[in-house]
Design a binder for this molecule. Structure first.
Ligand code: AOF
Ligand code: ZN
Length: 347
């Protein structure tokens, strides 16, 4: 196909190809598998094909891009594939991407970030051994894109984000248990957006019984979105038949254990890679004591209660020296509230 790169609106300069691949990757769901995007360009930077991974069980990004190229009639011999994640070399639910790239005749592969899993990882070395010119980038964007997923695989458990809302003086409910609402609508919409990015939303039976939460992801009008995280209740007590968690608006599992590690192991087996931990204080404290919290999202309202229920249960700290010090990642104003992002400092 004769293409004048200077006037072809589909031409992608190699440096921009990664940006485009990242854009495509973000179209995929944030579920069990990582988000991956792939752009294949010719020698002059012209776009030959592009694709992204649409979720576990479907074609990987590379295979989708190769199929897109085929539908455009592009010849991929000698082309460069830019992939946000190292191409897999395993046969999972689909075949190895290394094989697909080799069969297509791709000469060069630019990798955004390595695949840390023992089965799929190592594709770059395999491609190199087969004579492909492989470049592994050190770009923070693809790394950040798969960070929770990569961490889950490193630790072999879902990555856990603890979310709470509290008054400025650290209370998540008043003395009578009431907590609706501590923060304003903008902060609450932020919770829904962040919830949607996790495989599972988790609460203890205490919170489930006290608050009767729906734990679904809803739009601005309160309508549940089509794709919902798994709702998980942890604890020994039964839920009443009329509980909103049992309303069928999203799948719910009740894990009859009090051990966070055991709960995470059960969720890992179900394919859950990221957990949004919503409470309550006792369950959150149990996760902290077990060293199982990876990220904190705190919504703080400029309100004071002076007494009430603390956002977090006992961590065993009796002296200020015992305080669990976190690394501050970000803090910003959202509506009339403040969002604080923090994470434990790595050991
Ligand atoms: C790629 N390209 O687009 C994705 C990759 O069992 P499967 O087939 O769903 O494979 C899942 C694994 O493949 C996943 O854990 C990760 O290591 C890799 N994801 N690899 O080459 C892709 N999504
Ligand atoms: Zn693959």
């Amino acid at each position: 196909r004769a293409v004048d790169n200077a006037v072809d609106s589909r031409a992608v300069a190699p440096a921009d190809a990664l940006t485009r691949a990242l854009e495509l990757a973000r179209r995929g769901p944030l579920t069990e598998n990582p988000q991956v995007g792939c752009v294949i360009v010719g020698a002059g930077g012209e776009l030959l094909g592009e694709g992204w991974h649409r979720g576990a069980g479907t074609a990987h990004a590379e295979v989708a891009a190769i199929a897109d190229a085929a539908s455009r009639g592009s010849d991929l011999r000698g082309a460069t594939a830019v992939v946000t994640l190292e191409p897999c070399r395993h046969t999972g639910r689909t075949g190895p991407c290394t094989r697909a790239l080799l069969d297509a005749g791709v000469a060069r592969v630019v990798v955004g970030t390595p695949d840390p899993t023992p089965t799929a990882g190592g594709g770059a070395a395999e491609l190199r051994a087969a004579g492909v010119d492989v470049v592994v980038l050190d770009d923070p964007r693809p790394r950040e894109l798969v960070r929770p997923w990569a961490r889950a695989h490193r630790h072999h458990r879902p990555t856990v984000t603890w979310k709470y809302a509290a008054t400025l003086d650290g209370y998540s409910a008043a003395a009578d248990g009431s907590s609706r609402w501590i923060t304003g609508p903008v902060a609450r919409a932020d919770v829904h957006a962040r919830r949607a990015q996790h495989d599972a939303v988790l609460v203890g039976t205490g919170t489930a019984l006290a608050d009767d939460p729906a734990l679904t992801v809803r739009d601005a009008d309160g309508v549940p979105l089509p794709q919902q995280p798994l709702r998980v209740v942890v604890g020994l007590r039964d839920l009443p038949a009329g509980a909103r968690l049992l309303d069928g608006s999203a799948e719910t599992v009740h894990l009859r254990t009090r051990d966070p590690r055991e709960a995470l192991a059960a969720l890992w087996e179900r394919g859950v890679r990221s957990v949004w931990l919503e409470g309550g204080p006792q369950l959150a404290a149990a996760f902290w004591r077990a060293g199982l919290v990876d990220d904190v999202v705190a919504h703080l309202a400029p309100a004071l209660l002076g007494s009430g229920r603390s956002a977090l249960g006992d961590l065993g700290a009796t002296s200020i020296d015992d305080a669990l010090r976190l690394e501050l990642v970000d803090a910003h104003v959202l509506g009339g509230d403040v969002v604080v992002l923090a994470r434990p400092t790595p050991p």
